[in-house]
Design a protein around this ligand. Structure first.
Ligand SMILES: Cc1cc2nc3c(=O)[nH]c(=O)nc-3n(C[C@H](O)[C@H](O)[C@H](O)COP(=O)(O)OP(=O)(O)OC[C@H]3O[C@@H](n4cnc5c(N)ncnc54)[C@H](O)[C@@H]3O)c2cc1C
Length: 522
């Protein structure tokens, strides 16, 4: 194996990046992790509800698979979901081996339940501090294994497909210097797009750069229209959009409108425990009616000691905001939460470009279809992370087959200017307002036109030039808007007011690929 092939570059340090790094080290490779903020900063760190695996006595991977397929609104890739649900228990065993302190009851791992899971299968740690416990444990193990970690932002991958992999262009945290790595396999583990939206549960590091890097390099992306919105984030002016976990509704908290009515009753048989997209749209309607920017989660029926024990992070956040959830209503509103689409990968995490891999939220494995089953994303990073690490020890090519239709998207030569913060903020506002929970042709067309205009001015002129963060943001935002405009139906998390029902003709994935025509022009 050539020297470079033994030294994979892993970009991102959430569950996917850290787990791949650790497994690579255990398998005898010498990985480097680069990450754009502190090592532990990631979506992973904030995950609350749990991590799904069929380990209970009354459960099985087949049941987990059935629930995953049912949630995915007709688009789950069965082969990928079978891998996910079949290998999840073994990956949980890895986390136990690494020392993740999962909560137990009488010596056995405690299993919680969430909407649309037919069995209790969510492992949690520290009550609702599951992601934090996993991230801290993996970080400690990665450092103990002597894996090199560096604070760098990846901006570009060049010359993918050469013998060992692309070269990566990295910039120092403060942008003061740029380096180009030698060719090596590159694993994108850069997470989702949440922070490209004005309102989100995600920390600021999740700006969809992995998707832009892969697309610009020529990789296939898919399912970009499927952005999941979480119905209940804390909604008070000036306060962070902290996630108020669904599990609280699972314990009996209910939603109320300005008039104090339980508006989910009668709207869906499962009322507050209806699928996330249904609850998010219902809240959005109430907000539209009242103009108050929020509805209320009423947890006053739950005992204070239960709230503190089962939801320590949420309770301590709310108490820190001067709100006692056992006595007062919690203002909540829907926000961008999870990116289902991303870099198209095969069952071994290979993108369509040799040497370029994608794992975790940045990848589109097909396991979530058009609607993610809660708690399936942390485990996805482990299952496909393991497969990526094993693949990295071999030298084979492969990659996903482009779905039909796959749109050829031109990427015009730009001015290479580094646009400023207000443009970045404009992208966030437009995504939220025009490519948000409820979409239509008019808004999507306007958003796409503006994102393409920004791309035209910020996209690098030459292959060896650097795209700035705004160029990457505009490119990814444009892919989301383009896919959402193309899908003229409503399915799963993608809702079009001008096409409010699913259409049989759209029961397939949508691929996006940089058109060869534009590549030749560059
Ligand atoms: C509040 C919240 C609660 C959630 N709860 C759950 C839950 O209970 N169960 C569940 O399964 N899922 C949950 N999710 C989703 C889940 O946390 C994520 O899908 C998962 O953690 C993604 O892991 P990842 O490793 O792919 O990405 P992340 O954990 O987001 O990590 C991405 C990493 O990439 C780095 N990065 C990004 N761009 C670059 C770049 N250009 N260069 C270098 N580094 C870069 C970031 O700094 C970060 O380290 C939740 C998400 C949120 C936000």
């Amino acid at each position: 194996m050539p020297e470079g092939a033994q030294r994979p570059l892993i970009i991102g340090s959430g569950i996917a990046g850290l787990y791949v790094a650790l497994r690579c080290a255990e398998l005898g490779l010498r990985p480097t992790v680069v990450t754009k903020a502190r090592l532990e900063e990631s979506n992973t760190r904030y995950a609350q509800g749990g991590i799904a695996a069929a380990i209970g006595p009354d459960d099985s991977p087949a049941r987990h698979l059935a629930d995953t397929v049912r949630a995915g609104a007709g688009l789950v890739d069965r082969a990928a979901a079978r891998v996910l649900t079949g290998e999840a228990p073994a990956r949980i065993a890895d986390l136990v081996r690494y020392g993740v302190p999962f909560d137990t009851i009488e010596g056995h791992i405690a299993l919680g339940r969430e909407a649309a899971h037919s069995r209790s299968r969510l492992l949690h740690a520290g009550g609702d501090a599951t992601g934090y416990s996993i991230e801290e444990t993996l970080k400690r193990k990665v450092l103990e294994a002597g894996v090199e970690t560096r604070e760098r932002t990846a901006l570009r991958a060049l010359r993918p497909g050469n013998r060992v992999g692309p070269v990566a262009v990295l910039s120092a945290a403060n942008g003061s210097s740029v380096e180009v790595t030698s060719p090596r396999p590159v694993v994108l583990a850069t997470g989702g797009v949440g922070s490209l939206y004005r309102q989100t549960t995600n920390p600021s590091v999740t700006t969809g750069e992995g998707m832009a890097i892969a697309f610009r390099a020529g990789a296939l992306v898919r399912d970009m229209e499927f952005v999941q919105f979480h119905p209940t984030a804390f909604a008070r002016e000036g306060a962070p959009r902290f996630l108020i976990t669904e599990a609280m509704r699972g314990e009996g908290a209910v939603l109320r409108n300005e008039a104090g009515e339980r508006f989910m009753v009668g709207r869906h048989p499962d009322a507050e425990l209806a699928p996330r997209d249904v609850v998010a749209r219902a809240i959005q309607e109430e907000i539209g009616r009242s103009g108050r920017g929020r509805v209320y989660l009423d947890a006053t029926g739950l005992r204070r000691d239960l709230l503190l024990a089962r939801f320590p992070s949420v309770s301590s956040f709310l108490l820190g905001q001067g709100l006692d959830p056992s006595r007062e209503l919690i203002p909540v509103a829907p926000v961008a939460h999870y990116m289902i689409g991303g870099v198209a990968t095969d069952l071994n995490a290979r993108s369509s470009l040799p040497g370029l891999f994608a794992v975790g939220e940045v990848a589109a494995t097909g396991v979530h279809g058009a609607n993610r089953l809660g708690s399936n994303s942390l485990v996805e990073g482990l299952v496909f992370g393991e497969r990526a690490a094993r693949q990295l020890t071999r030298r084979t090519s492969g990659g996903p087959t482009p779905p039909k239709p796959t749109l050829d998207v031109p990427l015009a030569r730009g001015q290479g200017s580094s646009a400023d913060r207000p443009v970045f903020e404009e992208i966030r506002t437009r995504l939220w307002e025009e490519v948000g929970i409820v979409r239509n042709r008019e808004g999507l067309t306007a958003a796409l036109a503006r994102f393409e205009e920004i791309t035209q001015s910020t996209e690098p002129r030459r292959d060896d030039e650097l795209p700035g963060p705004v160029a990457n943001a505009a490119l990814t935002a444009g892919l989301v808007a383009r896919a959402a405009l193309a899908r003229t139906e409503s399915r799963g998390v993608h809702f079009r007011s001008d096409f409010p029902a699913p259409r049989a003709a759209w029961r397939h994935h949508l691929g996006l690929r940089r058109s060869a025509r534009a590549s030749r022009r560059r």
